[in-house]
Design a protein around this ligand. Structure first.
Ligand code: FAD
Length: 307
C-alpha cells in the first residue's frame, strides 16, 4: 500500500507528489492524462518567476520534476471509485476503470476540472466539426473563417482576443447584460476591429449542414427574438466543471460539485485530502493548484505521523 496516493497528475497532483516524496514516504500518482489542463494551454505568463512558458513544456517539466523522486507514476489510469477506510487510520482503496485497484494510507484527490458544455442542439453533433473548447488547440483550424465565442468571462475574452488574430471575424456572445472579464481584457477586445460583442444573448442552437457548423442561433434576452449568426466555428467558454463525478457520492461536495476542503486541504473523510481545480478553493490557476497540492501533501504527512 502507498503512504500517499495522488489521483490526478496536473499541477496540483505533481506538487503533491513532490512534497510527499520529499518526506521519504511511499508515494504514487495515478492520472488519466499526466499534465492535466496545462496540456491544452499555450502561453502561460502568470507562472510566477517564469516570465513566459507554454503548457506542453510546463507539463513535461512537471513530469520530469516528479521523476527526480521515488514516485510511482501511473499514467492513463482513470479512477472510478473510492472505498474509504473502514476504521480511522485504515487503508483507503481506489478502483480504476481498467479493473486495477490501489490501497493507500492517505489519498490526495487532484482530478482538476474540464470545460462546461452548452447543452444545446447541435453541440454534440458538431463537436470537432466546428464546435471547439480549446482555442489554443483548435484556433488554427479556423484560420480566415468566422467564429463565435460563447461566454464573456476571462476565458471567453482571452479566447476571442487570441482567435481574432487568426480568424476573419469573432462574435462574442454573453448571456448576461455585461461581460464578466477583467477590464484589461475587455479594453484589448474593444481595440480589435474584427470582433463584435453581443450581450444578453442566450445561445440556443448550433447549426450545420450535416457535416460541419455553418451557424448559430441565439435568443436576444431583451427582445426575445431569435437571431442567426453565419459562421464556421463555435468556441464554448462558459466555465469549468470539476472532475469529481467519480467521488462526489463518497465525500462532501459543493452545489457545483467541487470537493469541500478545510484550510489544510482535508476533505470530509479522514485521511482523504484534495487540491486544485477540483476543490472549492477559488481562482483556478496553476500557481494556486501547485500551492494547494503542496499543502495537501504536508497535511497528509501530518495525518500519517498521527495515525
Ligand atoms: P488539472 O490540470 O485539471 O489536472 C487534473 C488531473 O487529473 C489530470 O491529470 C487529469 O487527467 C486527471 N484526472 C481527472 N479525472 C481523473 C480520474 N477520474 N482518474 C484519474 N485521473 C483523473 N492557469 C494559469 O495559472 N495560467 C494560465 O495562463 C492558464 N491558462 C489556461 C488555459 C487553458 C486553455 C486551460 C484549460 C486552463 C488554463 N489555466 C491557466 C488553468 C490551469 O491550467 C488550471 O488551474 C490547473 O491546470 C489546475 O490544476 P489541477 O492539477 O488542479 O487540475
Amino acid at each position: 500500500a502507498y503512504d500517499v496516493l495522488v489521483v490526478g497528475g496536473g499541477p496540483a497532483g505533481a506538487a503533491a507528489a513532490i512534497y510527499a516524496a520529499r518526506k521519504g514516504i511511499r508515494t504514487g500518482v495515478a492520472a488519466e492524462r499526466f499534465g492535466g489542463q496545462v496540456l491544452d494551454t499555450m502561453a502561460i505568463e502568470n507562472f510566477i518567476s517564469v516570465q513566459e512558458t507554454e503548457g506542453p513544456k510546463l507539463a513535461r517539466e512537471l513530469e520530469e520534476h516528479v521523476k527526480q523522486y521515488d514516485v510511482d507514476i501511473m499514467n492513463l489510469q482513470r479512477a472510478e471509485k473510492l472505498i474509504p477506510a473502514a476504521e480511522q487510520g485504515g487503508l483507503h482503496e481506489v478502483k480504476f476503470a481498467n479493473g486495477a485497484s490501489l490501497k493507500t494510507r492517505s489519498l490526495i484527490v487532484s482530478t482538476g476540472a474540464r470545460w462546461r458544455e452548452l447543452g444545446v442542439p447541435g453541440e454534440q453533433e458538431y463537436r470537432n466539426k466546428g464546435v471547439a473548447y480549446c482555442p489554443h488547440c483548435d484556433g488554427p483550424l479556423f484560420k480566415g473563417k468566422r467564429v463565435a465565442v460563447v461566454g464573456g468571462g476571462n476565458s471567453g475574452i482571452e479566447a476571442a482576443i487570441d482567435l481574432a488574430g487568426l480568424v476573419a471575424h469573432v462574435t462574442v456572445l454573453e448571456f448576461a447584460d455585461t461581460l464578466k472579464a477583467d477590464e484589461v481584457l475587455q479594453r484589448k477586445l474593444r481595440s480589435l476591429a474584427n470582433v463584435d460583442v453581443i450581450t444578453s444573448a442566450q445561445t440556443t442552437e448550433v447549426l450545420g449542414d450535416g457535416k460541419k457548423v455553418n451557424g448559430l442561433i441565439y435568443k436576444d434576452r431583451v427582445t426575445d427574438e431569435s437571431k442567426t449568426v453565419d459562421l464556421e466555428g463555435v468556441f464554448v467558454q462558459i466555465g469549468l466543471l470539476p472532475n469529481s463525478e467519480w467521488i462526489k457520492d463518497t465525500l462532501e461536495v459543493s452545489k457545483f460539485g467541487e470537493i469541500e476542503i478545510d484550510n489544510r486541504g482535508q476533505t470530509s473523510i479522514s485521511g482523504v485530502f484534495a487540491a486544485g481545480d477540483v476543490t472549492t478553493v477559488p481562482y483556478k490557476q496553476i500557481v494556486i493548484a501547485m500551492g494547494e497540492g503542496s499543502r495537501a501533501a504536508l497535511s497528509a504527512f501530518d495525518y500519517l505521523i498521527r495515525n
